[in-house]
Design a protein around this ligand. Sequence first.
Ligand SMILES: *[C@@H]1O[C@H](CO)[C@@H](O)[C@H](O)[C@H]1NC(C)=O
Ligand SMILES: *[C@@H]1O[C@H](CO)[C@@H](O)[C@H](O)[C@H]1NC(C)=O
Length: 378
Amino acid sequence: MGFTFSTMTLNLLLLIAMVATNILSLYHLSTTLQSPKSSPKPLPQIPDELLRQLHTIRATINHLTRLQDTNPNPNTKSSIPSDLLLYSHLSPIASSCHNHPDLLHKYMTYTPFSLCPSDSELAESLILRGCHPLPRRRCFSPTPKKQTPSSSFPHNPFPSSLPDSSVIWDRYSCKSFDCLNRQNPNLGFQPSRETSKFTTYTSDLDLPVQQLLQIAKSAKSVLRLGLDVGGGTGSFAAAMKLRNVTVVTTTMNVVAPYSEAVALRGLVPLHVPLQQRLPIFDGVVDIVRCGRAVNRWIPATMLEFLLFDVDRVLRGGGYLWLDHFFSKGVDLEKVYAPLIGKLGYKKVKWATGNKTDAGGVKNGELYLTVLLQKPLSR
Ligand SMILES: *[C@@H]1O[C@H](CO)[C@@H](O)[C@H](O)[C@H]1NC(C)=O
Ligand SMILES: *[C@@H]1O[C@H](CO)[C@@H](O)[C@H](O)[C@H]1NC(C)=O
């Protein structure tokens, strides 16, 4: 009788404790979110933020439950990889990493000081979910077998072909650059086909680099350093390299080895997802180009943060080039033009045109190409 009573009491106490802590954390959340100094308009953000927090809590509980179920030895507290525990003492881990404990634990489960697992796909999944920068590991990343000697790598950023043997193809369905080119010749994996991409003018949506440099020159500005956001295989950086302008390219290896292709062209790939703060200091670059990867599929708020981060890295008088940004025709006027307007930049070029491919026609999409100049001083 006494035993049953105390078990019941214990259970009841546990229940009360659980409810109390949950209510407390909700209270804490709502007070911190509603405090007036946190942001000028906090109210619309609460549901999203709450959902995210709840999602994190649920992911953690699920993970812990699974750990408990699969852990036959109750003396080992959990199966958190030891290098993850060690790393977390040395350096912070991006909070979004913790939303995906399964992936994170898998990524950090390896044998230190030996060859890393072939898991670049796993790394990419984590990065795309906001787990960036990834925690460091103490292992050797695999290199391709039978590599082409680097002395034969092209110096010209528009070579007729790229060496297949410099890529680890395991995770891709294609096993060569030729295969990628056959699947879609527009992906940029045959650099020699890209030579005219940034030098020809077929419609008002184009801005050939000669014209771009001329615009800067006549504004008594100079282009020496640039950033290409979502720049695929790096053809903009390549075109600028021929004109002695240094451009780095952010790119992800989604479905194909974009980073390797950029590097094989002698250009710098930055492995950074679109939602991430640009790894560049404030006010130092002359031009930022956003290619087609930046488009209406990015939620408007996220796009706003992206554009303001671009503003941060641009120097006064620097240029922002949105190249073939696409959106639905109605949204261009209602959403995107006002959003771009918030930057307060000078409009150097503003051109729109119909997106005439199947998807564009179906969704009533327009292209927008704009060149904007950041004010010299604020
Ligand atoms: C780029 O720099 C090289 C070496 O300084 C020079 O020979 C070449 O003319 C320059 N090209 C352009 C387009 O300015
Ligand atoms: C673009 O599309 C609209 C409607 O679909 C059409 O009225 C207009 O003429 C097109 N413009 C051009 C330049 O083709």
